[in-house]
Design a binder for this molecule. Structure first.
Ligand code: LLP
Length: 418
């Protein structure tokens, strides 16, 4: 059964009617299917069953505590990029020994808390960071386990904003520099070199870049070995794409089929960091039409969600499928589907064919489970919207709608204005 499907004319998430949830939660809101999250995790887990592996879910894709908990209960860990994601992951019960910490700009405090929690390893992105981790480990009386994030200089053939593995990218250490840095890492007394990390980009639709990058990394592991550096963890990052429109990304089992021979050759424990491919198609954004209007031959559907809730179309011109939540059989019109935020960039779709909708009716922005809520903002002083999780025939509020007080919680008025 499709996780978001129609029963008669009405959209359901698993066994629950979407309009029923809307009536209770109000709009807009994010809606996630437990079955879809679980199925995707299990698809990865079983695809890589022939190599020892750990799935460290990329928390940035959707860091709601319940989502983190779902994956950790299925045996997963977390790929984090900040002290905030460390805090969330630990709070959600992700075991520290299954947490890996990437990011180009880790600060002293974040490094210290990760060391105190005994995370599995730091994915280190520069020589200066390596030295800082050594220094912080010394003052904490710890040995920091590290992997170097090696940049294999591969074009992932994806959107430039989500491409991370090319020479000009800010991420990782150039593969040609990496040996020198590994040797330094090996010599630093408060570090233990245990791994190598790569992540070449996101929303990858083609297996070729994965294979090319991994081949380079595996070859490099051989060179490390020859220099006396033994690697036990090979972290291949995330990046597998999903279908937003008509893309046909490989399935996890196809990805595994292509990569497992190389992974076996490396002989390491494999870490995977999928984000979008676990959560993306497990979530939708449900919004209500506020107004319709036509100006000089153009139709607009003005809805109650905006770029502050889902910024992907505005930021990347990303395509998201949009469906009426209740099928009416009305003829399609071509319309711009826009939000209430005061920016021309506040749109979900431009010149989109969609069955005519009337004010008060619901629509669903599909593929919104990853990089949806996690990239939300308060722009235009819009409180963050709720998140709802469906499991079977029940639904659960996993985040309440914010109140206006939440918007000003940390603001202070100086005495001269009081
Ligand atoms: N590991 C690392 C080190 C990463 O930087 C990322 C994503 C992932 C794993 C997970 O990648 P995924 O499996 O989700 O592709 N906001 C953008 C995506 C940014 C991805 C950043 N890094 C979007 O909405 O398309």
């Amino acid at each position: 059964m499709e996780d978001f499907h129609f029963v008669d004319k009405e959209m359901f998430c698993e066994g629950v009617s979407v309009p029923r949830i809307a009536a209770e939660a109000g709009t807009p809101f994010y809606l996630y299917s437990y079955a879809a999250l679980e199925r995707q995790f299990k698809a990865f887990d079983s695809a890589f069953r022939d190599v020892p592996h750990l799935i460290c879910y990329a928390a940035k894709a959707n860091s709601n505590l319940s989502i983190l908990k779902i994956f950790s209960r299925l045996g997963g860990g977390a790929d984090i990029v900040s002290g905030g994601e460390l805090f969330r992951s630990l709070r959600a019960g992700v075991p520290a020994e299954k947490i890996v910490f990437a990011g180009v700009g880790k600060v002293r405090g974040e490094i210290a808390s990760a060391l105190r929690s005994n995370i599995l390893m730091f994915n280190v992105e520069s020589l200066q960071e390596l030295r800082l981790i050594n220094e912080v480990a010394k003052s904490e009386g710890k040995i920091a386990r590290v992997a170097l994030r090696v940049n294999p200089n591969i074009d992932p053939l994806t959107h430039p904003y989500v491409s991370t593995g090319m020479k000009q990218s800010k991420f990782g250490i150039d593969i040609d520099e990496a040996m020198k840095d590994y040797l330094e890492a090996q010599s630093l007394p408060h570090l233990k070199v245990i791994g190598i990390h790569q992540h070449i980009g996101s929303q990858l639709i083609d297996l070729k870049p994965f294979i090319e990058a991994l081949s380079k990394i595996v070859e490099f592991i051989g060179k490390l070995k020859a220099s006396g550096i033994e690697i036990s963890y090979l972290d291949i990052g995330g990046g597998l794409g999903i279908t937003y429109q008509d893309e046909t990304p490989p399935l996890p089992c196809e990805m595994a089929e292509a990569l497992v021979p190389l992974l076996k050759q490396a002989g390491c424990i494999v870490i995977l960091e999928p984000g979008r491919s676990l959560a993306g198609n497990a979530g939708i954004l449900v919004s209500r039409v506020l107004f319709t209007k036509s100006t000089s031959g153009k139709n607009f559907l003005i809805v109650d969600a905006g770029m502050s809730d889902l910024i992907r179309p505005a930021l990347y011109q990303a395509y998201h499928e949009i469906k009426p939540v209740v099928r009416t059989g009305r003829p399609p019109v071509k319309a711009d589907i826009v939000g209430p935020v005061c920016e021309s960039g506040d749109f979900f779709a431009k010149a989109r064919e969609i069955a005519q909708l009337e004010p008060g009716e619901l629509l669903a922005v599909m593929g919104a489970g990853a990089y949806g809520f996690s990239m939300a903002s308060h722009y235009n002083s819009r409180p963050n919207i709720p998140e709802v999780l469906v499991k079977g025939d029940k639904f659960f509020m996993i985040r309440e709608r914010e109140e206006y007080e939440d918007l000003i919680r940390h603001e202070k008025i100086p005495s001269f204005l009081a």
